[in-house]
Each structure stands twice: as structure tokens, then as C-alpha cells.
Design a protein around this ligand. Structure first.
Ligand code: ZN
Ligand code: ZN
Length: 107
């Protein structure tokens, strides 16, 4: 995918909105932007929770082999941002997980 100036502009707008949202503790500061098409999805299909294989010592997760189409950016402070590249199948899961993690850490 080729990035047009318009894409970049929209991405910047999204990030700016997320930064503003980060100032309001009632909202989750997440921005979804287009990935550059080179990063791999950072998610995986392993089940979550106490039965997750990730809890097993020595377990090595293969991750998701797909290329990321979106980057989920989380703003946790003025200079603290985490980016999670995610494929089209996983990005909504990333957002849901981030949202629940952030709101849990605020209660
Ligand atoms: Zn996994
Ligand atoms: Zn994926």
C-alpha cells in the first residue's frame, strides 16, 4: 500500500485526537492508523486467561504470520506511547484488550 499525503494527514489527525483523549481519564487513548505494510502482526491466536499456553514455562508462541494492516497506538502519557501493529483479523482484538487493560488500571 502506498501512502498518500492525505493518509498521513488523516493519521496525524487521529493521533492528535488520541493525545487529547489521553488528557481525559474517562476515555481510552487509542488511535488506529495505517501500517506501512512491512511489519508483522503482533497478536496471536492463543487463548487468553489462566489456561493460556503463554503461562507455561518455556512456551514459545509463533504469533500471527500475517502482515499488519493497522497500527493500534496507545497513549499513556505525554511521552509514553505503545504501538501494536495488527492484521485485519486481529486489530479489533488488540483495541478491546487495550481498552480493558487501560480501564482496569484506572480503577
Ligand atoms: Zn500466543
Ligand atoms: Zn494477526
Amino acid at each position: 500500500m502506498t501512502r498518500t499525503p492525505q493518509d498521513t494527514f488523516l493519521s496525524d489527525q487521529t493521533l492528535a485526537a488520541a493525545r487529547e483523549a489521553a488528557l481525559d481519564p474517562g476515555t481510552v487513548p487509542v488511535a488506529i492508523t495505517a501500517a506501512d505494510g512491512k511489519k508483522r502482526c503482533t497478536w496471536c491466536d492463543c487463548p487468553d486467561g489462566p489456561d493460556s499456553p503463554h503461562n507455561r514455562p518455556g512456551y514459545r508462541c509463533g504469533g500471527c504470520p500475517a502482515l499488519a494492516v493497522h497500527v493500534v497506538s496507545v497513549h499513556l502519557g505525554p511521552n509514553l506511547r505503545y504501538d501494536y501493529p495488527a492484521c485485519g483479523r486481529h486489530w479489533t482484538e488488540v483495541v478491546a484488550r487495550v481498552a480493558s487493560t487501560v480501564s482496569a488500571s484506572r480503577t
